[in-house]
Ligand binder design. Structure first.
Ligand code: UD1
Ligand code: M6R
Length: 371
């Protein structure tokens, strides 16, 4: 049921304040008399000790689920100190990469039925790793076959392009980082800021969704482009990959997410006055580096669209021709949840303007159950 929306993708983008609220329900508390803010992931509580003792956390997934894990890697590393590595499920299987008993393997999948992810799960089980699922579908193969896990509770996702599941996956993995990470005096302020940030996130998502018309206008401007680059780094490298994936899978426009730190190692050669480039430059520890990337792209006459934090337009704009998207500032590790939303809206509007099928892009299936 699409309600008053025209497409499932549109509905699922706009219901993110509610889906995120459901994802967090019963799992976070502002703390009672003790004033302690806590996270409780029921599905993991008996396994946290084992996870804390593991030598490595390996994230395994495909497509958007992989991108969500990538967005969560920095906070998991920061709060737990455990090395986190990333695996695209098919590539792990192609290489028969090493997985050990001392590893915690985390399988991220909206459907819980993706063939490659499921085969990688079987492979990790055979190799003796503790296998954790992060799934949206209760009773799915991945939920059933993992040792433990967390349901993201985002509600059924119908559109082939994953939108609300992505943001709920990131929120679950931020909670996972808080749950695994020790509650030490030194990181208490950081933990509290993240929990407060999580509790306020649905409001911030509501705020950024107001940019729907602005993104539609941007889509009009970009609808006949052949290609679009998205530059990000740090917490928002994943946003660049995920934004580009949305644009290519539904709007059928070639798009590439680029790690900004790699700019001079190849991608800079593509820059000219025609190719549109989105630069993600919201406030975090990488902001000044992104400002310098903007300057260098501008020096090559790049056609820039910059996403920045509210109030920062003057710090990132390179002049008249530069478009700026201002988004609400949240805790750095949660910023990917905010920053993906204008890009989801952009992909949606590009698709509708081009007269393409939004909910069922050509050649794609919602759940890839064959290899
Ligand atoms: C559970 C209930 C929820 C109830 C809550 C009350 C279910 C599905 N959830 O939620 O309805 O409101 O208790 O305390 O009945 N699991 C995996 N792999 C996965 C995902 C989950 O093994 O990929 C396991 C978990 O380890 C857990 C169970 O499935 O044993 C349920 O997980 P989850 O729904 O996340 O647990 P709760 O949030 O505690
Ligand atoms: O159900 P899963 O999360 O395992 O699916 C993984 C990918 O197939 C999926 O995210 C795909 O990339 C989406 N169509 C992206 O929007």
């Amino acid at each position: 049921n699409k309600g008053h929306y025209e497409h499932y993708m549109q509905k699922e983008i706009h219901e993110q304040p509610e889906s995120l609220t459901t994802t967090m329900r019963g799992r976070l508390s502002r703390g009672g008399s003790s004033k302690l803010k806590t996270v409780l992931l029921g599905g993991l509580k008996d396994h946290l000790k084992t996870i804390r003792r593991s030598r490595r956390i390996v994230f395994i997934g495909c497509g958007t689920s992989y991108n969500a894990a990538l967005a969560s890697r920095p906070i998991l590393e920061e709060l737990t100190g455990i090395p986190v590595t990333m695996e695209i499920a098919s590539d792990l299987l192609d290489r028969q990469g090493p997985i050990y008993r001392e590893d915690t393997a985390v399988f991220v999948s909206q459907s819980g039925e993706t063939a490659d992810t499921l085969l990688a799960l079987q492979y990790a089980l055979d190799n003796g790793a503790l296998c954790v699922g992060i799934t949206n579908t209760v009773g799915s193969a991945i939920a059933r076959n993992t040792h433990c896990g967390v349901h993201i509770n985002a509600g059924a996702e119908i559109g082939v392009a994953s939108t609300k599941a992505y943001t709920s996956q990131i929120v679950v993995m931020a909670m996972l980082a808080l749950a695994i990470g020790g509650d030490t005096i030194s990181n208490q302020a950081r933990r509290e800021a993240i929990i407060d940030g999580l509790l306020d996130l649905p409001n911030k998502v509501r705020e950024v969704l107001k940019q729907d018309q602005e993104m539609k206008d941007l889509a009009k401007l970009l609808m006949s482009e052949q290609s679009l680059l998205v530059f990000g780094r740090g917490f928002n490298y994943a946003t660049a990959l995920e934004g580009a994936l949305k644009v290519k899978e539904v709007a059928l426009t070639h798009s590439e997410g680029i790690l900004a730190g790699e700019m001079k190692h190849g991608p800079l050669a593509l820059v000219d006055e025609n190719l549109p480039i989105i630069v993600l430059a919201t406030r975090d520890a990488c902001f000044s580096k992104q400002q310098s990337v903007i300057q260098q792209l501008h020096a090559r006459k790049g056609r820039l669209i910059v996403m920045c934090s509210k109030g920062d337009a003057a710090l990132v704009s390179t002049g008249e021709s530069c478009r700026v998207i201002e988004v609400p500032l949240v805790e750095d590790c949660l910023q990917p949840v905010i920053n993906i939303i204008p890009l989801q809206l952009l992909a949606y509007h590009l698709t509708v303007l081009k007269g393409l099928n939004v909910d069922q892009p050509r050649n794609l299936a919602k759940s890839v159950t064959t290899q």
